[in-house]
Design a protein around this ligand. Structure first.
Ligand code: HEC
Length: 196
């Protein structure tokens, strides 16, 4: 009978199988997310190899579009950071809430995003990337509470955009009021509602 040679490939696979469980926990705990921000990726956002390979790189896509994708992929891959994770709206969905949200939106958001969230406020045309079309994005599945709270609180500094951070300007309840107003479809309640 012919003697079988030692199966070197099988040996290598066994070694890898033994190593992976040892290395995995170290890799996973390498970076703890900060309190306010999602964990910082260790890659250069703008020029990682895969962006170029996947035709996301500069030259392939307008910067404004890249920035939007960057916000969305940061959320998908790194979450919103401990400060916002799992948070949900704390205000009742009443006509008063929506009207108050309308006033806050008119004062703080409409100049860029437009009174109806169409991205056409008077300041919008000077901005690149342009202000988001909130009227549409608010209806998409990405518009969950923690995403909106994180985005509105922290703004676009980390993505180099002109979206302001509102965490020191608006209370969390006021941000939830704006969210309620947007979800209600940007109704014309702002003028009619009594001031608090
Ligand atoms: C100075 C102009 C400006 C003002 C004022 C402003 N925004 Fe923005 N906003 C932007 C720009 C520009 C973007 C797109 C870039 C980005 O996502 O950071 C944006 C993006 C957003 C997004 C993310 C949209 C998406 O596609 O994920 C949300 C949500 C948002 N703004 C809500 C608000 C709300 C609510 C207010 C008021 C409390 C507000 N913004 C005030 C300029 C502004």
């Amino acid at each position: 009978m012919k003697k079988r040679p030692i199966n070197a490939r099988r040996g290598l696979l066994a070694a890898i199988a033994l190593l992976v469980p040892c290395l995995l926990p170290a890799a996973l705990s390498a970076e703890e997310p900060g309190a306010n921000q999602p964990a910082k990726p260790t890659v250069d956002y703008w020029q990682p190899d895969w962006m170029v390979r996947e035709l996301w790189g500069p030259g392939h896509m307008p910067r404004g579009m890249m920035v939007r994708l960057l916000r969305h992929t940061t959320f998908m891959q790194y979450g919103v950071g401990a400060r916002y994770e799992g948070k949900t709206s704390t205000v009742p969905k009443t006509a008063e809430t929506i009207a108050a949200g309308g006033r806050i939106f008119a004062e703080n958001c409409a100049s860029c995003h437009g009174p109806k969230g169409q991205g056409n406020g008077e300041a919008a045309f000077a901005l690149s990337p342009s202000p988001a079309l909130l009227a549409y994005m608010i209806q998409r599945p990405i518009s969950v509470d923690e995403y909106l709270l994180w985005t509105i609180s922290e703004g676009g500094k980390q993505f180099d955009t002109k979206m302001p951070a509102f965490k020191d300007k608006l209370s969390e309840d006021d941000i939830w009021r704006v969210v309620a107003f947007m979800r209600a479809g940007f109704p014309d309640t702002a003028e009619a509602a009594p001031k608090p």
